[in-house]
Design a protein around this ligand. Structure first.
Ligand SMILES: CC(C)(COP(=O)(O)OP(=O)(O)OC[C@H]1O[C@@H](n2cnc3c(N)ncnc32)[C@H](O)[C@@H]1OP(=O)(O)O)[C@@H](O)C(=O)NCCC(=O)NCCS
Length: 195
């Protein structure tokens, strides 16, 4: 997938691009920063302590697989947003996977979440493999839910006690988007069973 130039709502230019192995260290710094900015993520601040080499391998595996994606939003050469999609390994489920997205708090509400989501859905539609994007979101995360619903995600269920944050359990919505390939000669075909 190509790098996409976008414009923030305040007029500044930004880029949406694939993560590269050499981003590994910046991505770890980025994750440590964003996990300290919100309680809405599964990962706690300071929890991700894996080495740069492991992050490099993670990025490489996402670049290689046809059902994985790892992208960044970049402003002034800095990573200010990351989106990841990890497809299942099993043959009967490799058309599905889970998406995670974060944007640095200073950049919330400027359209980067939407820009990364549009990129990811476009990638999924032309992947020839991905037919369903799933995610879990805290039910009080209104900004994220609004973003997902804008792109057509539906609430498929509620998972009780998904998160435990500072002694309080939080429920999550399981949300999903069906993905239809852009062309009919996609390698993977399937019919819905009507349910
Ligand atoms: C969720 C997140 C990725 C959204 O990114 P973003 O760059 O702020 O998203 P955008 O600016 O593209 O759009 C956000 C949408 O929420 C809306 N919004 C803004 N403030 C809002 C609020 N207080 N309540 C509800 N919706 C709000 C925006 O108006 C926009 O919708 P619209 O374009 O239909 O108006 C970002 O806020 C974030 O990283 N949050 C912390 C991590 C997180 O919660 N990740 C998701 C875990 S499931």
């Amino acid at each position: 997938m190509k790098t996409e130039q976008v414009r923030l709502k305040d007029g500044r230019p930004a880029r949406i691009r694939l993560l590269r192995p050499k981003d590994a260290e910046s991505v770890l710094d980025y994750i440590n920063a964003v996990t300290a900015e919100t309680d809405c993520l599964g990962l706690e601040s300071g929890e991700l302590d894996w080495p740069v080499e492991k992050e490099r391998r993670f990025i490489k595996s996402h670049r290689k697989a046809d059902n994985k994606l790892a992208i960044a939003a970049e402003v002034d050469g800095q990573i200010v947003g990351v989106l990841g999609f990890t497809g299942d390994e099993k043959r009967r489920m490799r058309h599905t996977g889970e998406l995670g997205i974060t944007v640095k708090r200073d950049f919330w509400g400027l359209g980067l979440g939407a820009a990364m989501m549009a990129y990811a859905i476009g990638w999924a539609q032309s992947s020839g493999v991905v037919r369903k994007i799933g995610l879990r979101v805290r039910i009080d995360n209104e900004r994220a839910i609004r973003l997902y619903e804008r792109f057509g995600f539906l609430r498929e269920g509620t998972i009780r006690r998904q998160f435990l944050v500072a002694g309080t359990f939080h429920d999550a919505y399981l949300m999903g988007l069906k993905v239809d390939p852009l062309n009919d000669d996609s390698a993977l075909t399937g019919r819905d069973d009507g349910s």
